[in-house]
Design a protein around this ligand. Structure first.
Ligand SMILES: Cc1ncc(COP(=O)(O)O)c(C=O)c1O
Length: 452
C-alpha cells in the first residue's frame, strides 16, 4: 500500500513563531506553569486541544459567505437542522455556542441533588456541569480502559455489568439519563464499539432511562468501528454513525471537534416536552432557537463540516497521522495510552516520570517540559484536571484537524524523545492558587525543584 498523505493542499498559511529556550522559560514562568495561560503566539506547535482549532475548507468558507444573519428563522438554521437530522435522526435540534452550552441546559433540566448520571468517562466540562447542578457524575469505564498499557480495540466501552449494579443500587427514579462519550476523551481518545452502544441502550431502555451520546468525535468513533468491529468493514462511515445515533434518545455535541468548525454545537432529543423546556432555557442563556448563540455563518460552517468529517480519505489520513506519532515514540519506549487514540496521543505521565507522585502533578511536569524543550503545548489530563477523581495522569497531545503537516508531527516526535532521554532530572509541581471548579484552566503552580 502507498503512503497515506494529507488529502488536501494548502491554500492559505499562518506563520508560527520560533522562540529560544530562554524565552520559553520566561513566558512559562509568567504563565504560572499552566500551559492554558501561555499566549498562543509563544507556542510553536499547539497541541493543547483539537477543539475549535480545525482548518476550515474552502467549501466551509464559501458556506460562511452564505450565512443568513436574520435573528429568527434564518435559512442557515434550516440548512444546519436538515444536516444534523439527516445524520442523527433526532427529532429536535437545538443549536448552542459549544458543547458545554448543551451540557449546561441539559443538566439544569435533568440534574439536581440526589440524581446520578453514569457515563464511560465524563469529560471535564460534562462532569463540572453535572456537579454544578447538584447531581453526581458516575464513571463506569470498562476495566481495560483504565490500564494505559493494555492494547484492545474498544477501550472506551462502558462496563455493562457495573451499569446493571449501578441501576439496581441507585434506583431508576434517581437516574435521569445515561451517557456514553465517543470517543472517550478523558480516557485516551479510545473508541466505543457498536455492540457496547447497542447493549447500553438496551439496558437503559429496559428501565426507561433515556440514553444520550456525547458525540463530539462521532466520526472518528465510526471510523474505528468500521475497521475494528466485525460486520462493519463494508459499511460507509456515515451509515455507521447513523446507526450509533439510532440507539440513543438524544445527544450533546461540540461541533468544534468532528464538526470541523471553530465554534458551535448542538443538543438533540426525541422528547417533545424536554425539547420545549430546553428551548425555553436556550432563550434565557444562549439565544433564539434558530441561532442558539451562533451567527448564521457558524451554522453554515458546521453544516458543511459535519459531512466533511465523515469523508473516508480524511479519516484515513487523520487516524494514520495520530498513530504515526504514537507508534514512533512508543517504539523508543515512551509510555503512551495504547493503542493510539483518534484525535490525540496520551503520554502516561505516571510511567514516564515514576519518581513524581500524583500529588506533585507528573502530567503538569511533563507538559511543561515539552514546552520548554521545543515550544509544544499540550494539556494535563490527570490530578490537576480531575483532582481525586483522576484515575491516570496523562498528557494529551491533541492534533488539530488539517492544521499540521507530517514534518510538524516528526518534529513533535523528536522533542518528546529529547525529553524522554532526560526524564530522570524532571521534578514535580505544587499548586499555589486554584479556582473552585475546572481549576486546570486558571491554576497557578510552582516547580518543587526550587526553579524560579
Ligand atoms: C468529550 C467532550 N465532551 C464535551 C466537551 C465540551 O465541548 P466544548 O469545549 O465545545 O464546550 C469536550 C471538549 O473538549 C469534550 O471533549
Amino acid at each position: 500500500m502507498k503512503t497515506i498523505i494529507e488529502p488536501f493542499r494548502i491554500k492559505s498559511v499562518e506563520p508560527i513563531k520560533f522562540t529560544t529556550a530562554a524565552q520559553r522559560a520566561k513566558v512559562l514562568k509568567r504563565a504560572h506553569y499552566d500551559p492554558f495561560l501561555l499566549r498562543a503566539e509563544d507556542v510553536l506547535i499547539d497541541l493543547l486541544t483539537d477543539s475549535g482549532t480545525s482548518a476550515m475548507s474552502a467549501a466551509q468558507w464559501a458556506g460562511i459567505m452564505e450565512g443568513d444573519e436574520s435573528y429568527a428563522g434564518a435559512k442557515s438554521f434550516f440548512r444546519f437542522e436538515k444536516i444534523v437530522k439527516e445524520l442523527t435522526g433526532f427529532k429536535h435540534v437545538i443549536p448552542v455556542h459549544q458543547g458545554r452550552g448543551a451540557e449546561k441546559i441539559l443538566f439544569t433540566l435533568v440534574g439536581g441533588k440526589g440524581r446520578r448520571i453514569p457515563n464511560n468517562t465524563h469529560f471535564d466540562t460534562t462532569r463540572a456541569n453535572v456537579e454544578y447542578s447538584g447531581a453526581e457524575a458516575v464513571e463506569l469505564l470498562n476495566v481495560q480502559g483504565k490500564d494505559p498499557q493494555v492494547v484492545a480495540d474498544f477501550k472506551g466501552n462502558l462496563d455493562l455489568a457495573a451499569l446493571e449494579v449501578f441501576i439496581r443500587k441507585t434506583g431508576v427514579k434517581n437516574i435521569p439519563l445515561g451517557m456514553i462519550t465517543v470517543t472517550n476523551n478523558a480516557g485516551g481518545g479510545q473508541p466505543v464499539s457498536m455492540a457496547n452502544i447497542r447493549a447500553t441502550s438496551a439496558l437503559l431502555r429496559k428501565h426507561r432511562i433515556p440514553f444520550f451520546i456525547d458525540a463530539c468525535r462521532f466520526a472518528e468513533n465510526a471510523w474505528f468501528i468500521k475497521w475494528r468491529e466485525q460486520g462493519y468493514a463494508n459499511r460507509s462511515v456515515k451509515s455507521i454513525a447513523r446507526e450509533m445515533f439510532s440507539y440513543a434518545d438524544g445527544c450533546t455535541m461540540s461541533a468544534k471537534k468532528d464538526g470541523l468548525a471553530n465554534i458551535g454545537g448542538f443538543l438533540c432529543t426525541n422528547d417533545d416536552s424536554i425539547a420545549q423546556q430546553e428551548k425555553d432555557l436556550l432563550i434565557l442563556t444562549e439565544g433564539f432557537p434558530t441561532y442558539g448563540g451562533l451567527a448564521g455563518r457558524d451554522l453554515e460552517a458546521i453544516a458543511v463540516g459535519l459531512n466533511a468529517a465523515l469523508e473516508e480519505d480524511y479519516l484515513r489520513y487523520r487516524i494514520a497521522s495520530t498513530a504515526f506519532l504514537g507508534n514512533h515514540i512508543a517504539a523508543e519506549g515512551v509510555p503512551i495510552v495504547q493503542p493510539p487514540g483518534g484525535h490525540a496521543i496520551y503520554l502516561d505521565a505516571r510511567a514516564f516520570l515514576p519518581h513524581i507522585c500524583a500529588s506533585q502533578f507528573p502530567g503538569v511536569a511533563l507538559a511543561n517540559e515539552l514546552y520548554l524543550e521545543g515550544g509544544i503545548r499540550s494539556v494535563e489530563i490527570g490530578t490537576l484536571m480531575f483532582g481525586e477523581h483522576a484515575q491516570m495522569d496523562l498528557v494529551r497531545l491533541a492534533i488539530p484537524r488539517r492544521v499540521y503537516t507530517q514534518s510538524h508531527i516528526e518534529y513533535v516526535v523528536e522533542v518528546i524523545l529529547d525529553v524522554w532521554r532526560r526524564r530522570n532530572a524532571i521534578s514535580g509541581y505544587q499548586l499555589v492558587q486554584q479556582a473552585a471548579f475546572l481549576r486546570h484552566f486558571t491554576a497557578r503552580l510552582a516547580p518543587r525543584s526550587g526553579r524560579t
